[in-house]
Design a protein around this ligand. Sequence first.
Ligand SMILES: [Zn+2]
Length: 313
Amino acid sequence: MGAEPGFPRFKSEGRYRSMTFSHLSVNLIRHIRRKFARVVVPKVGPLKIRYHRPLPDGKIKNLTIRRKASGWYVTICVEVPNPVKVPVETTIGVDVGLNAFVVDSDGQRIPNPRHYRKSEKTLGKHQRILSRHKKGSKRRAKQREIVARTHERIANQRKDFQFKTVHRMLLGCDEVAVENLTITNMLKNHYLAKSISDAGWGSFRLKLQSKAESAGKQLTTVKPHYTSQKCSGCEAIVPKLLSVRVHDCPHCGLVIDRDHNAAINIKKAAVALRGGVVVVDTPETLERERSAEPCKPRGGGNYNKPRPLGRGN
Ligand SMILES: [Zn+2]
């Protein structure tokens, strides 16, 4: 994404990570059971694989064997019928950020877990040990495995969190609206680059898109212009710095969390796109709601009971 392609270089044995078998792959999978199957890899022979969930019914399109730091994985791509489209009645607007990972137009916020930042110290320690080992030595190779597993663990944590967040968001509405952010440009800001990469907005968007599609729901992207500057009550532009966390409108007196304000604007833009009009709460009711139920960050981690995010229009 946006990276300059360099000159092609030699791909050595160690650079190969995966093998994909295409149209004939259906013949490679045998003895399909609920939890196990057998994959016959050419030149290697039969391998036992374990599913993390049962294989859905459908035509097997291809099969990829991938080596990761923690072991070997098989990805089976299956064609499933198109889901039934849900008519769009309720929309939630979602603002992604660094303080809170997402804030929706109902004011619910999911805190940013910052997986990389949490593991930065451990990772640094392992990398330091790696750099002290002699190149080409067995101990260095072993240490490299440890570093790779640390990276994989961070990536897995992020992936897990994103899937759960997407699931929760899609439970409560028919349409999710997000800003169309150009992340590559935002990464040019070196002060924020690491935190933005850690949040993983790009991969979150992709998951949101694919999960919305498989649920028959809709993902709408809106232009990110003025979403955080505009007042969601009276449409006036209220300029503010990134450090100002509260939207305080001098025109209509609306006082609301900055990200919540942006999420409402995103929702309004999405509803306008499909030709509807959002019934805007008057600033008084919004303020009353806010004082009755303050927009507080909820403790992370309790995902056992997914709660729907949206409450409709
Ligand atoms: Zn206003």
